[in-house]
Write a new protein. Structure first.
Length: 451
């Protein structure tokens, strides 16, 4: 056999196969191009899009304020919309203690980027439960608490709500009127049905305590009640310790299920322990509850999306079964949580020096907010602005619920480039000594010129 012939004949047969294949592929490509030209004209109208019926959604009432602010070219613009801490210079703040913790993490070459377990970083979970329930909490000692790391406060609320929708006999959750704007959406989408309870009395600018008690009293037995652990958003109005005790008794006697939202531990009083007191009162009675914790504000870890959901149960066995079900909620939602924020928090909470440093920085943030309250109150008084503005110094936490109406808010945004939510809430944490006069001028003008 002629080897050349053999090779050339095999070569020519493989060439043939390749050229058939090439013609075929080119043909397919050309056909598909022809199809796309004839069947899917792309220029001009969107009428052929399968999404052409999709209407533009509204911006978020809180985060949309920042979107509008970012588009404003004015040099005097001021964002008092979102609850995010700013320095006296108006800049976002990364806490020193967070920088230190991050440095420790970077220097530790043994750290890897493996997946965390579905429930998150174990150290972080233990330390988070301890931070809220206290070092000597019987619930922790008896292993009756399950804590899972979640995507900040919002993610913790969502996971808790989905768990309740699946495994709790009552699907109705009562939220305060008013409350954080995202609450009704989070709970509805998780499968709960949302009702409100009376909370704020616009006439007194204080708590409608009787309304709250009446509404809890007439709620169906077992209903879930959402409670802001401290520094109620948006009103800045919290029950007193005595009122909390009455609320606790009513909640327990009616078998209501408390779901605490703690987004501001340390921001109300400047003390982490004092702000945890209402939750601790409920844990001390041995009853069950849920808790969503966020480190966005009190550690300034907004974008790290770090928080925790705890469920306090009657026994260790129930807690461990509850945890197994939380894993089934989390795994198909986002599989497991991110590692960086949890590592920062754990590093700070487990080291006595870093922890102490954190409490000092936290207190400084809380104190600066309080001093802004006094400055704004004085500035309005100096201008003789009509009305009683003492609620500015009485309210607690990041926000002042001014009482300004949506028209007055729109006026302040248009004429003074001051951005805030339309319910009249302003983030005191976004103010500085330099911007207080501008805000006071705007409020004065709004109150005297817009009704
Ligand atoms: N609960 C409350 C009461 C709350 O005010 C916020 C955030 C959250 C939970 C959720 O925070 P997270 O970043 O998921 O840990 N409130 C501010 C920011 C926002 O609306 O997202 C705010 O009211 O401005």
């Amino acid at each position: 056999m002629n080897p050349e012939l053999t090779s050339s004949s095999s070569c020519s047969s493989s060439d043939r196969r390749i050229s058939v294949l090439a013609r075929h592929l080119v043909g397919v490509e050309m056909d598909s191009q022809n199809d796309s030209i004839s069947a899917f004209p792309t220029s001009g109208s969107d009428s052929n899009s399968v999404f052409s019926h999709v209407v533009r959604g509204p911006e978020d009432p809180i985060l949309g304020v920042t979107v509008a602010y970012n588009k404003d070219p004015s040099p005097v613009k001021l964002n008092l919309g979102v609850g995010a801490y700013r320095t006296e210079e108006g800049k976002p703040l990364v806490l020193n203690v967070v920088r230190k913790a991050e440095q420790l993490l970077v220097n530790d070459r043994s750290r890897v980027k493996e997946y965390l377990p579905i429930t998150g970083l174990a150290d972080f979970n233990k330390l988070s439960a301890k931070l809220m329930f206290g070092a000597n909490s019987p619930a922790i000692q008896e292993n009756r608490v399950t804590t899972v790391q979640c995507l900040s406060g919002t993610g913790s609320l969502r996971v808790g709500a989905e768990f309740l929708a699946k495994h709790y006999h009552q699907r109705t959750i009562y939220i305060p009127q008013p409350t954080w704007g995202n609450h009704p959406k989070v709970f509805t989408l998780a499968g709960l049905s949302v009702k409100t309870y009376r909370y704020y009395d616009p006439a007194t600018r204080g708590l409608n305590f009787q309304g709250l008690l009446d509404d809890f009293g007439s709620a169906p037995s077992g209903a879930i009640v959402l409670l802001h652990a401290c520094a109620h958003n948006p009103t800045g109005v919290d029950p007193t310790v005595k009122q909390w005790e009455q609320i606790r008794q009513l909640v327990r006697s009616k078998g209501l299920m408390p779901f605490f939202d703690s987004a501001y531990q340390g921001f109300a009083s400047g003390s982490l322990d004092a702000d945890a007191q209402p939750v601790r009162m409920f844990v001390a009675d041995g009853g069950e509850l849920l808790l969503a914790q966020s480190y966005a504000k009190n550690m300034g870890l907004y974008g790290e999306r770090i928080g925790a959901l705890s469920i306090v149960c009657k026994t260790a066995d129930v807690a461990s079964r509850v945890e197994s079900q939380l894993k089934l909620v989390i795994r198909p939602m986002y599989s497991n949580p991110p590692i960086h924020g949890a590592s920062i928090v754990a590093a700070i909470l487990k080291d006595r020096d870093l922890y102490n440093e954190w409490t000092i920085e936290l207190k400084a943030m809380a104190d600066r907010i309080i001093s802004m309250r006094h400055k704004l109150f004085e500035a309005l008084r100096a201008r003789g602005t009509p009305g009683d503005w003492s609620h500015i110094i009485k309210q607690i936490g990041m926000f002042t619920f001014t009482g300004l109406n949506p028209k007055q808010v729109a006026f302040m945004t248009k004429e003074y480039h001051i951005y805030m939510t339309s319910d009249g809430r302003i983030s005191m944490a976004g103010l500085s000594s330099k911007t207080v006069p501008h805000l006071a001028d705007a409020i004065h003008a709004a109150v005297t010129r817009v009704v």
